[in-house]
Design a protein around this ligand. Structure first.
Ligand code: ZN
Length: 134
């Protein structure tokens, strides 16, 4: 089963918790044992699993900005001025995460959440979720 969720972001840099959307699709699928593969279809977004705590999310944003600052003479900026967004997506994040499913539930640690990072918003983004029995 392949599902798609739309994420409408409202800021240039935004982190969105999509754990609830994924769990809802797992329940709807009826699959009890398997994996959920979550994949973002964009080159200036990323996915990661961590704690959804406002101070930590602010720390992540600030450190990303320090590690890969905006507009410091990147080649790609000649095209559309968002090289920093592509670089943060490819060097600091991944386009996918995989979560095991047991007894119809995502198996995540107590503080783990599936987080979508918008790195070049605001935009409407598409994330694919494949739920597999295995
Ligand atoms: Zn670009």
């Amino acid at each position: 089963m392949l599902h798609e969720i739309n994420i409408k972001t409202s800021r240039e840099f935004e982190i969105v918790d999509i754990t609830g959307d994924i769990q809802h699709l797992v329940w709807k699928s009826g699959i009890k044992e398997g994996i959920a593969v979550v994949f973002t279809r964009h080159t200036t977004t990323g996915l990661f699993i961590n704690e959804n705590e406002s101070g930590l999310l602010q720390d992540i944003k600030e450190r990303m900005g320090e590690l890969i600052p905006k507009g410091v003479g990147y080649n790609h900026d000649r095209i559309d001025s968002n090289a920093h967004s592509h670089l943060r997506a490819t060097l600091l994040l991944n386009p996918e995460v995989v979560i095991p499913i047991e007894e119809g539930e995502l198996i995540l640690g107590t503080w783990q959440r599936v987080l979508f990072a918008e790195l070049d918003g605001p935009r409407t983004r598409k994330v694919l979720i494949k739920i597999c029995k295995c």
